[in-house]
Design a protein around this ligand. Structure first.
Ligand SMILES: [Zn+2]
Ligand SMILES: [Zn+2]
Length: 311
């Protein structure tokens, strides 16, 4: 009989905490990680609501840090403190070689395409694992994924001398602004497209970044950017967008759609102590509290809740 563990399991659009079989090593390179802290993000809400296509009986969650429990590789041994890039790609194909891991035909996202980290243990390939620097806490390490997602914005060639604005009043936009400041981007505003609607001047920014898009926000992004400026699209919206090409073409904007920056850079940045993660954290909860944690997160996105599945 395999050992059991607790997990938040999604079936249809119903969530529950279940006792399920602990993963077991199967293939060379497999690593089993005991999850110490796992953060909840919008992607998990989309998966829970059925807005993202997932298999049934899926364990949710993709942002986490933990301790290696067992490994079918010499690279890691039990007791290593690690975090994981949840976008698992083959690492061998043309796309992977060019760094376009999301385009890999075998790419799988943890907690969406395969079992995630809202569980006592998770199995992941060694190639997706990063060892934590000594004295790095699990909370900071569990933040590596959103920080890596933020770093993607810096791949667009924007420079600190340019004037930019981040659309969105959520914890991701605040994190992004903090990170950009560390990289010298001081000339950047935060704009709430709902509460401050219509308050930005037309054609006033060299680049505009969205963190939660809709057709309305898309139109405002295009309106706000200077002619020939950069529109940086970052969110993982599941609903179709519509826009008027005759409005967009007048500006000749450059669109950058970005996914992830470097995970190692993200870990190094978190280890540097230059980010204030604590004031973006809501609290740490046992898996059993999933109901209130998911509901609260749907209502507001100011702070990030974490699960401690080892509890
Ligand atoms: Zn996430
Ligand atoms: Zn690949």
């Amino acid at each position: 009989m395999p050992e059991k563990m607790k997990a938040i399991v999604k079936d249809g659009t119903t969530l529950s905490v279940q006792s399920v079989a602990r993963p077991e090593l199967r293939n060379p390179g497999d690593v089993i990680v005991q999850v110490m802290l796992a953060g909840l993000c919008r992607t998990d809400l989309y998966a829970a609501e059925g807005k993202l296509k997932t298999p049934d009986q899926l364990i949710l969650g993709h942002e986490f840090a933990g301790v290696v429990a067992d490994a079918e590789t010499d690279e890691y041994k039990s007791g290593d403190f690690v975090c994981v890039n949840p976008l698992l790609s083959c690492g061998r194909c043309n796309h992977c070689h060019k760094g376009a891991h999301g385009a890999c035909a075998q790419a799988q996202f943890v907690g969406v395409d395969r079992d995630g980290c809202f569980a006592g243990f998770i199995i992941v390939p060694a190639a997706s694992i990063f060892k934590l620097p000594q004295d790095m806490g699990f909370l900071e390490a569990a933040y590596a994924e959103p920080v890596a997602a933020s770093l993607a914005v810096l791949k667009t060639g924007i420079t600190p001398g340019e004037k930019g604005v981040i659309f969105g009043a959520n914890r991701f936009s605040q994190l992004l602004q903090q990170i950009m400041r560390v990289y010298g981007f001081d000339n950047i505003d935060l704009y709430d497209p709902i509460a401050q609607k219509g308050q930005l001047e037309s054609s006033s920014y060299d680049y505009v970044i969205e963190t939660a898009i809709s057709s309305e926000i898309f139109a405002e992004l295009v309106d706000t950017v200077k002619p020939g400026g950069k529109v940086i699209l970052k969110s993982r919206n599941h609903e179709p967008l519509s826009f008027r090409m005759n409005e967009v073409i007048k500006k000749e904007p450059i669109f950058h759609v970005v996914n992830y920056g470097s995970f190692q850079e993200s870990i190094d940045l978190l280890a540097s102590g230059k980010l204030q993660i604590e004031n973006l954290v809501d609290g740490v909860y046992p898996l059993e509290k999933y109901d209130t944690v998911f509901e609260d997160s749907k209502a507001k996105e100011a702070l990030k809740p974490f699960f401690a599945p080892w509890d």
